[in-house]
Write a protein that binds this ligand. Structure first.
Ligand SMILES: C[S@@+](CC[C@H](N)C(=O)[O-])C[C@H]1O[C@@H](n2cnc3c(N)ncnc32)[C@H](O)[C@@H]1O
Length: 255
C-alpha cells in the first residue's frame, strides 16, 4: 500500500490522537441532504474511503447505513469502530465490484492518485451509484482571521508552509478526465462546533504538515500556539468558544 509520505508521517499515534480530539465532524445538513435524496439511510451500502478516525463514519452509522470504512494508516484505523474498519487505499479498494450504493470521501481526496481512485470507486459502485466528497472549511469572521494569520506566521517561522488544502484543480481535472462520472454538483451547509483551548490546539496539531514534524518540534510549536490562542480576543478569557464551519458537499454519479 503506497500512500503519501507526509500523511504517513503525520498520523502516527500522537497525530491520530490530535486528529480525533481536534477535528470537527461534518454539517448534519449535508448528511440530511443525502438522506432526503434517498442515497443514505437504513441498510444502504456505503464505503467511506480515507475514513481516518471515523469523523464521517460515525455520522453515516447514525443513518443506520451498512458502512465499510477503508483507512490505510494503522494509528488512524485503530480509532475506527472495529467492526467496520478495513485496511486499504483508494487506489485498490478491498470491496467487491458493484457492492456500494454510495462512496464517501471526507477531507481526503487530495491525498489520492485521482485517476486510479476514480477507476476504483467506479468499480465498487453500482451503476448510477453516488460519490460524495465532503470538505470542512472554516467560516470564521470577526477576530478569527487575525488569529489564523498569526498561527500561519508561527508555522512559517518554523519553516512549515500552509498545510495542503483540497487543492481543487490539482485532483479534479484528472478525476474528471476519467469520464466515469456525471458532472459535479456542489452545495454548502453551515454548522458550528464548541471548542476549548485544548481542542483548538489539537486541531492545529492535526494538520499534516505540522503533524509530520519530529515530536519535539511539534510539541514546541503547539506550546507557542497555545499561548497565542489563550491570549487572543477569540478566547476572550472564556473556556469554550463556538467555531463556525461550512461543509461543502460535492456529489456526482457513476455513468
Ligand atoms: C484528513 S484525513 C480525513 C479523515 C476522515 N475522512 C475525516 O473526515 O476526518 C485524510 C485521511 O486519508 C487517508 N489517506 C491518505 N492517502 C490515502 C489513500 N491513498 N487511500 C485511502 N486513504 C488515504 C489518511 O490516512 C487519512 O486518514
Amino acid at each position: 500500500m503506497s500512500i503519501d509520505e507526509t500523511a504517513r508521517r503525520a498520523w502516527d499515534p500522537a497525530g491520530a490522537a490530535s486528529y480525533d480530539r481536534g477535528r470537527p465532524g461534518y454539517a448534519p445538513g449535508a448528511l440530511g441532504w443525502l438522506v432526503r435524496k434517498g442515497v443514505l439511510g437504513p441498510g444502504r451500502c456505503v464505503v467511506d474511503v480515507g475514513a481516518g478516525t471515523g469523523k464521517l463514519t460515525r455520522q453515516l452509522m447514525l443513518a443506520r447505513a451498512r458502512v465499510v470504512a477503508v483507512e490505510p494508516l494503522p494509528a488512524m484505523r485503530a480509532r475506527l469502530p472495529p467492526r467496520l474498519a478495513v485496511g486499504g487505499v483508494a487506489e485498490a479498494l478491498p470491496v467487491a465490484s458493484g457492492w456500494a450504493e454510495l462512496v464517501t470521501v471526507a477531507q481526503a481526496f487530495h491525498w489520492f492518485r485521482p485517476a486510479e481512485a476514480a477507476a476504483e470507486i467506479a468499480r465498487v459502485l453500482q451503476p448510477r451509484g453516488w460519490l460524495a466528497l465532503l470538505w470542512n472549511d472554516e467560516a470564521k469572521e470577526a477576530d478569527w482571521p487575525d488569529l489564523d494569520h498569526r498561527l500561519k506566521e508561527l508555522l512559517a517561522f518554523h519553516g512549515i508552509v500552509t498545510p495542503p488544502g483540497r487543492a481543487k484543480g490539482a485532483w479534479q481535472a484528472e478525476f474528471d478526465a476519467s469520464g466515469l462520472f456525471s458532472p459535479w454538483e456542489e452545495r454548502q451547509f453551515k454548522h458550528s462546533v464548541e471548542s476549548t483551548l485544548d481542542t483548538l490546539v489539537d486541531q492545529l496539531g492535526s494538520y499534516s504538515r505540522l503533524a509530520a514534524q519530529p515530536l519535539e518540534l511539534r510539541e514546541r510549536i503547539l506550546r507557542e500556539a497555545a499561548a497565542l490562542i489563550a491570549a487572543h480576543p477569540v478566547m476572550g478569557g472564556r473556556r469554550q468558544v463556538l467555531v463556525p464551519y461550512r461543509t461543502t458537499l460535492m456529489t456526482c454519479t457513476r455513468r
